[in-house]
Design a protein around this ligand. Structure first.
Ligand code: HEC
Ligand code: HEC
Length: 296
């Protein structure tokens, strides 16, 4: 009996500590998320010509925008589960529940800075992958978004649950990507599309959110443990893709197949990346060949 009473007390202490821990996690994360990031960049004009819109569509697919905002840009729920929260890309069209008339400042701030017009931090919007986009590419993306027909879809707002908040405080989940973007970094006007290391470096910024800044891969921050680790895509001959040929690289991106015939895990967005032009894939390959062997 005495043993049971002690056990009861122990359980009570653990529960109280867990509640206090959660209260702290909510208080501290709310405090960090309440920060405002001031950006004073002039608005980019939204082009209306067919070439810009077509280029914008290509970017929206290959940069992964449609994975989260849906192919009609009407919004999509990716994850809705208790400890994680609700990861949902909002409706960016003019329809009911959407963003209204396209506002160039609002669009640019969200895409390249991960913040709202008033500087508030967006959550789950991976602006670190897009912060380096050129003015021309950003404008073309805006052109495509502005050209989308209205979609009536009222989305519940994204929410950060307790697990994501704890990971955020531990530095294991970025959550508010705007905190990791330099708000005053200069942007290039255009980037020349050619099969060069330079263009490959530019395109590969879209891979770092999963493959990490040094391309040596590992578990993608903030994803459930069941998700496949991103591969090491550096020149390491054993851990990386140092022994791959350019044809192997093409095969992985266009057909989702590894050199040993195995399928590339579906978490790797090869279907979207496979729609990249030969120039883009050649440029990525040229750049990845220059990477030192990553240790992970
Ligand atoms: C991992 C999922 C994800 C990807 C990929 C993504 N977004 Fe988002 N995006 C979000 C979420 C979630 C929000 C809402 C953030 C919030 O309200 O705090 C958002 C917000 C936005 C907003 C602001 C909406 C508003 O009402 O203020 C724009 C504009 C936007 N995204 C454009 C894009 C574009 C363009 C791309 C591709 C270059 C892109 N997003 C890629 C998840 C994503
Ligand atoms: C949403 C996350 C995500 C993004 C973005 C992403 N990858 Fe991946 N990638 C993965 C994952 C996860 C794997 C591991 C798949 C597996 O184990 O089958 C992978 C595997 C690969 C492989 C196969 C490597 C091997 O050894 O099997 C290549 C090549 C690759 N990625 C290239 C790229 C390039 C280039 C980009 C950017 C243009 C990119 N990835 C963007 C998640 C991503």
């Amino acid at each position: 009996m005495r043993y049971l009473r002690w056990l009861g007390k122990l359980v009570l202490i653990v529960v109280v500590l867990a509640i206090l821990g959660m209260a702290f996690a909510y208080w501290r994360s709310n405090q960090l998320l309440a920060q405002r990031i001031q950006v004073d960049e002039p608005a980019l004009a939204i082009p209306t010509d067919a070439t810009a819109i077509a280029r914008g569509e290509h970017l929206a697919v290959t940069r992964g925008c449609t994975d989260c905002h849906d192919s009609d840009f009407g919004g999509k729920v990716l994850v809705e589960s208790f400890p994680v929260g609700r990861i949902a890309g909002p409706n960016l069209t003019r329809g009911r529940g959407g963003m209204g008339e396209p506002d160039p400042i609002k669009l640019e701030r969200a895409i390249r800075h991960g913040v709202g017009t008033d500087g508030h931090l967006l959550i789950y919007m991976p602006a670190t992958d897009f912060a380096g986009l050129s003015d021309a590419d950003t404008a073309d993306l805006m052109a495509y978004i502005a050209s989308r027909p209205p979609v009536d879809r009222v989305m519940a707002p994204p929410l950060a649950g307790p697990l994501i908040r704890v990971l955020f405080l531990l530095g294991k989940a970025p959550l508010a990507y705007g905190l990791h973007v330099d708000p005053h970094a200069a942007h290039v006007a255009t980037v020349e599309a050619a099969p060069t290391v330079e263009y490959g470096r530019y395109l590969a910024q879209g891979c770092t959110g999963c493959h990490r800044a040094d391309f040596s891969g590992g578990h993608v921050p903030g994803t459930p443990p069941s998700f496949a680790d991103a591969a090491n895509i550096t020149t390491d001959p054993v851990r990386g893709i140092g022994k791959w040929s350019k044809a192997d690289f093409y095969n992985a991106l266009r057909h989702g197949k590894k050199p040993d015939g195995k399928d590339v895990d579906a978490f790797m967005p090869w279907r979207a990346l496979g729609t990249m032009s030969d120039t883009e894939i050649d440029a990525l390959w040229a750049y990845l060949r220059t990477l030192p062997a990553g240790k992970r």
